[in-house]
Design a protein around this ligand. Structure first.
Ligand code: TPP
Ligand code: DXP
Ligand code: MG
Length: 650
């Protein structure tokens, strides 16, 4: 049996001898490459924390002493060591989550994969230990150099440092990268610390040698120790941490399990807040990952183990359309600049950066700063485009509201991965933006249905200079263009109840058309299929694509008055989104027309494929057609009955 096969819990791990650990680490690396090659996932980050995670579970007593993972994408080894070695369903419905999941294990704590939160959790847990008389227990937080560029992390450090007797062990997993190399002053600082790697080992050797010297040894060491402080400050400017009141240990070779264990034991026994700075390498032990310049296999799909080549994704991505159009816009307008929050390639801004290196800003994982810095850029006469994943816009809601919109600054937010993404679980679905942004005055939201509208709407958005604009698009491949067959105000008609074409719909009761179907963004394809299904049943359906869903075109209300039923379909949480905005607009116009809103149920959704989640939510053409047929029929019968009741007796 392999060592890995015998390790079913941290207790099993603790029973291994130090010289068995390298073999175990090798077996874990083989396991990770083999399993993730089939399922896809965050291979690079996890290959980088093998020895580190082994050491953590040998030194600390999880879950009594929580081990928290910031962002959580690097927790596969933690799962392997805590009794979860069936990775066959990784990131798939019913299989292991790609992040910690409390339903999976008592050893898991943080499920939210939004970065830079772990230190705040640790601060809270340590305070709870203090209040509840558990001072002997440590709380451990593993945070990457990237996540450490997030503002929340520094808010937490400021508070952790204040708790001199709270056992908080902060393990900085420093591989020098988020996806790309980590940026900013902190990154430079960590880099300085990295280059003096082995400092601790040199000092330990000196200490051992000097202390062995009879009589003169110990006092000499004390003198040197004082010098060490000065020396450390000189060659290791980790004063940033120590000035915060945090003990700093490191830098440690994060792949030397014994060195890490030793540092962690020192940290645990210190009795107060300690930073253990571990130098690791993303993709360690698998050359295709180690040598992958873009992101060292941060996250990839299924791949060939021999070559490291991932199976190609089919179709053109929305990200690539955004990327192309941004390069064109950058050539046409020299006031356009772009901002990424440590996701240059994933958001498609790499081409823009290559073409206009002085007009691309990577602010680190710092969406709040990105939004307000963008307001500054706009005030300074530029038009910034801030590209983030839709779910991460939540992080800077107040900045969008107060720093951009209140000041009517022309900033465009490009929200990639909008709608259901699926694999990455509850905190990655882009199902919030169409709801939370409804309350922001002066802000416009455009939702393209296809590639042509993507290019059009991006250009329309960056042309707005008196307030923020938002463009949101999904993780899927771009479908075929859906041409308009007419216009209503600024909105595109994609199917018409009155046309002679597919629709054979009879006019509904009261001389009204049967159904107005408002399609938001890429749900247009589904809505057109619904209209065609209903037309085959003699129900007349007009499909309308608003293009801009905020503010709604007043013509929508006028158009809606011509229909018996209105329905809205969107790939966002239902609550407070476009459907509710349309219903409110009709109410405000005293139009008593039933409005059905279809979207994602307002729940935290388990990881699963996007298609499966949409089906579960009833957002398929079949389900929508069935529900809308029932609604239209029910309303028609009711109206007909009411009509006949009003007719004078013969
Ligand atoms: C608020 C937020 N913004 C962006 C992301 C996307 N993201 C996931 S992992 C990652 C890089 C994290 O870098 P680091 O903390 O150094 O961890 P590593 O992958 O290097 O182990 C980013 C930017 C996120 N999870 N949360
Ligand atoms: C952990 C994290 O936030 C990202 O790595 C995320 O997994 C990216 O997902 P995409 O594959 O959609 O870029
Ligand atoms: Mg990193």
């Amino acid at each position: 049996m392999t060592l890995l096969g015998a390790v079913r819990s941290p207790q099993d791990l603790k029973r291994l001898t130090a010289d068995q650990i390298p073999q175990l680490a090798g077996e874990i690396r083989e396991f990770l490459v083999s399993e993730v090659s089939r399922t896809g996932g965050h291979l690079g980050p996890n290959l980088g924390v093998v020895e580190l995670t082994i050491a953590l579970h040998r030194v600390f007593d999880s879950p009594r002493e929580p081990i928290l993972f910031d962002t959580g994408h690097q927790s596969y080894v933690h799962k392997i060591l805590t009794g979860r070695q069936d990775f066959s369903g990784l990131r798939r419905a019913g299989g292991l989550s790609g992040y910690p999941a409390r339903a999976e294990s008592e050893h898991d704590f943080i499920e939210n994969s939004h970065a830079s939160t772990a230190l705040s959790y640790a601060d809270g847990l340590a305070k709870a230990n203090e209040v509840l008389g558990r001072r002997d227990r440590a709380v451990v937080a593993v945070i990457g150099d990237g996540a450490l560029t997030g503002g929340m992390a520094w808010e937490a450090l400021n508070n952790i440092a204040e708790g001199k007797n709270r056992r908080v062990v902060i393990v900085v997993n420093d591989n020098g990268r988020s996806y790309s190399p980590t940026i900013g002053g902190l990154a430079d600082h960590l880099a300085t610390l990295r280059v003096t790697q082995g400092y601790e080992q040199v000092l330990d050797m000196a200490k051992t040698a000097i202390n062995r010297a009879p009589v003169v040894g110990p006092p000499l060491y004390e003198a040197l120790h004082g010098l060490k402080k000065g020396l450390k400050d000189a060659i290791q400017p980790q004063v940033m941490f120590e000035d915060l009141g945090l003990k700093y240990l490191g830098p440690i070779d994060g792949h030397d399990a014994q060195a890490v264990e030793k540092a962690l034991r020192r940290a645990r026994d210190f009795g107060g807040p300690v930073i253990v700075h571990c130098i690791t390498q993303k993709g360690k032990g698998y050359p295709p990952a180690e040598n992958h310049e873009e992101d060292q296999f941060h996250s990839l799909g299924a791949f060939d183990v021999e070559t490291g080549v991932a199976k190609p994704k089919s179709g053109v991505s929305w990200t690539s359309l955004f990327s192309e159009e941004m390069v064109k816009l950058g050539a046409e307008r020299d006031d356009i600049v772009a901002i990424t929050a440590a996701m240059l390639h994933p958001t498609g801004l790499a081409a823009f950066a290559e073409a206009y290196p002085d007009r691309l800003y990577d602010v680190g994982i710092a969406e709040q700063h990105a939004a307000t810095s963008a307001a500054g850029l706009a005030m300074g006469g530029l038009h910034p485009v801030v590209a983030v994943y839709a779910t991460f816009l939540n992080r800077c809601f107040d900045q969008v509201l107060m720093d951009v919109a209140l000041h009517r600054q022309g900033v465009t937010f490009a929200l990639d991965r909008a709608g259901i993404t699926g694999d990455d679980g509850a905190s990655h679905n882009g199902m919030w933006d169409l709801s939370i942004l409804q309350v922001v005055p002066n802000l416009g939201i455009a939702v393209p249905r296809d590639g042509t509208r993507m290019r059009e709407l991006l250009r329309e958005a960056v042309a707005v200079e008196d307030g923020p604009t938002v463009l949101r698009y999904p993780k899927t491949a771009v479908g075929a263009d859906i041409p308009a067959v007419g216009k209503v105000g600024s909105m595109d008609v994609l199917r018409s109840a009155a046309d002679g074409g597919r629709s054979t719909g009879s006019r509904g009761v009261n001389g009204k058309e049967d159904l107005l179907l408002v399609a938001v963004g890429t749900m247009a394809e589904t809505c057109c299929e619904v209209a065609d299904r209903l037309a085959d049943q003699g129900i007349g359906v007009t499909v309308l694509d608003p293009r801009w869903v905020k503010p709604l075109d007043p013509a929508l209300v006028e158009e809606a008055a011509r229909y018996s039923v209105v329905a809205v379909v969107e790939d966002n949480g239902r609550v407070g989104a476009v459907g509710d905005a349309v219903a409110r607009a009709l109410r405000d116009a005293d139009l008593d027309i039933p409005v059905r809103t279809f979207g994602v149920e307002q729940e935290f959704l388990d990881h699963a494929k996007r298609e499966a989640i949409l089906a579960e939510m009833g957002l398929t053409p079949q389900d929508l057609a069935r529900k809308l047929t029932e609604t239209v029929s029910r309303h028609t019968e009711r109206s007909a009955a009411a009509e006949s009741a009003d007719e004078p007796a013969a």
